[in-house]
Each structure stands twice: as C-alpha cells, then as structure tokens.
Design a protein around this ligand. Structure first.
Ligand code: CA2
Length: 151
C-alpha cells in the first residue's frame, strides 16, 4: 500500500489546547487518528508528522519526493502553519519534487489578518483547502486518492 504523508508545521502540536474558536477543539492526535482511518479506507498507509522546524519540513518533502519516484508515496498533505506565509524554502522544496502536495489550513486564512493572506505554497501546490476545519485534511486525502487512482 502506498503512503500518504501528512505534514504539520509550527505550533500545530498545540491544536485543541488553545484558541478553540479559531482552530476547533480536536487535538493533533485526533487529527492523526481521523487521517489514519480515512487513508486506510482509501487503501493507503499514513505517515503523520509535525515539526516546529522549517528544515525538518523541507527534508520531509524531499523524502516524499523520493518516495513518490519509487512508487511508495502517493502524495503529501501539508499544513505548514505560519511557514506558509514566510517560507520560500518550503516553496522551493515543493517546486523541486513531483509528488502532489495539497495545502490545508484549518481556519479561513483569507478572513483573518492580511499577513495570512499570502501563501508561498499555493502557487506550487496541487490544490488548496482552507477554512473547512480539520475536515480539510480528510478532503485532501480523498483528493490524493482520486488523483492516484487516475494516474
Ligand atoms: O489555519 C491554519 O491551519 C493555519 O495554518 C494555522 C497556523 C497559522 O499560522 C496559519 O496562518 C493558519 C497556526 C497554527 C497554530 O495552531 C495553534 C493551535 C492552537 C493554539 C495555538 C496555535
């Protein structure tokens, strides 16, 4: 079974512990469990990670790119947190790999502060899902599964 990599960026380890009005009450462990269930239903294994470090996220994208070339990885779901709005390194990493990468944000970043309106990932992502809460992760897994089936 090919894998789907779900990558979470800085501060997402705090999910469910603060700011429930913005991010809901589910913890990152809850998100991982739901993603694992959805991936299994669609015929994939799940590799779920979180890091507060930009380079670790860059390395994970490179690793997924190699996995995609080898046939073991179907795609990447990324919520890069605040690095979305700042990281040309993540933009370059996604641009450098062929594995499809879907950008997810739990909150509707466009309804928030203007510094959240720009994403360095959106121009290089296969798709973007914002503002649908943690369902966005599951919808992204569905989209990668369909894409994999149609390849
Ligand atoms: O809406 C999203 O998913 C974000 O990627 C979340 C990031 C934010 O910087 C982006 O603009 C939008 C923040 C993640 C921090 O999550 C927390 C969760 C609970 C308490 C504190 C932070």
């Amino acid at each position: 079974m090919p894998a789907i990599l779900v990558l979470n960026g800085p501060n997402l380890n705090l999910l469910g512990t603060r700011e429930p009005a913005t991010y809901g009450s589910a913890t990152l462990a809850d998100v991982e469990r739901l993603c694992a269930e959805r991936a299994r239903e669609r015929g994939f294994t799940l590799d779920f990670r979180q890091s507060n470090h930009e380079g670790v996220l860059v390395d994970a994208i490179h690793e997924a790119g190699r996995g995609f070339q080898a046939g073991g990885v179907a795609g990447v779901v990324i919520n890069a947190g605040a690095y979305t709005h700042t990281s040309i390194a993540l933009h370059d990493a996604v641009r450098a790999v062929e594995v499809p990468v879907i950008e997810v944000h739990i909150s509707n970043v466009h309804a928030r502060e203007s510094f959240r309106h720009h994403s360095w990932l959106s121009p290089v992502a296969a798709g973007v899902i914002v503002g649908l809460g943690i369902d966005g992760y599951l919808l992204a897994i569905d989209a990668l599964a369909r894409r994999h089936a149609a390849r």
